[in-house]
Design a protein around this ligand. Structure first.
Ligand SMILES: [Zn+2]
Ligand SMILES: [Zn+2]
Length: 208
């Protein structure tokens, strides 16, 4: 099978499995899962799309440091990308935010906002989300608007997608598909053994 066609089949297959969930493969880069391995100097940048001292940013920072053995830094705050605004619903398109953040130089980037974010999901062209991350993508975004006090877990889940993790069938795993309900996040605070093993392998260091 020619490589391009193989990739298209892979993308279609993953989309079928996800069933319109918030995680989709990074079509811009076409990277395979886990292709971007962390080096010792790799930095995960939290980019506050608001006040960098907010409780939301702090919660995301603490959760990522607790669950991943990577260097996490909080970057300077920046405004929402202008082209992300979606006037019909007065909220921001998560896919546009991700595209904009992917231009940053850090190894991985996570945007953090208290504003409502949305993207095409669950058969709806503009679906309100807690977060969005592409499988193997460089950037993701999380919003406290729907996630509320679970924002840290949402960040751990979406960053997991950028590492290359797909949704996990194991109940109570943080990488379980929330299917738009957030049940994965509300119901668990840990990775299953399989996901933890995969993360440790890709990051070449143990999971805390
Ligand atoms: Zn997901
Ligand atoms: Zn799992």
């Amino acid at each position: 099978m020619p490589p391009r066609f193989r990739l298209a089949v892979f993308v279609a297959l993953v989309q079928a499995i996800l069933g319109g969930c918030e995680a989709t493969p990074d079509r811009r880069s076409g990277r395979a899962a886990g292709a971007l391995i962390a080096t010792d100097s790799a930095v995960l940048a939290i980019v506050p799309l608001a006040d960098p001292r907010s409780a939301t940013v702090r919660a995301v920072h603490e959760a990522l440091e607790a669950k991943y053995n990577v260097r996490v830094v909080v970057a300077a705050g920046q405004p929402m990308p202008k082209d992300a605004y979606y006037p019909p619903r007065k909220r921001y398109r998560a896919d546009r935010i991700i595209e904009s953040l992917a231009k940053r130089p850090e190894w991985r980037v996570i945007g953090v906002t208290d504003k409502d974010v949305s993207a095409a999901a669950h058969g709806v062209k503009d679906y309100g989300l807690m977060g969005l991350g592409y499988i193997g993508g460089r950037s993701c975004v999380v919003s406290s608007f729907r996630a509320k006090r679970h924002i840290g877990r949402v960040a751990v889940h979406e960053f997991g997608h950028t590492l290359g993790l797909d949704h996990c069938p194991t109940p109570k795993c943080l990488m379980r598909d929330g299917e738009g309900t957030g049940r994965n996040i509300i119901g668990s605070d840990r990775f299953c053994d399989e996901c933890a093993k995969t993360i440790a392998k890709w990051l070449r260091r143990p999971v805390p």
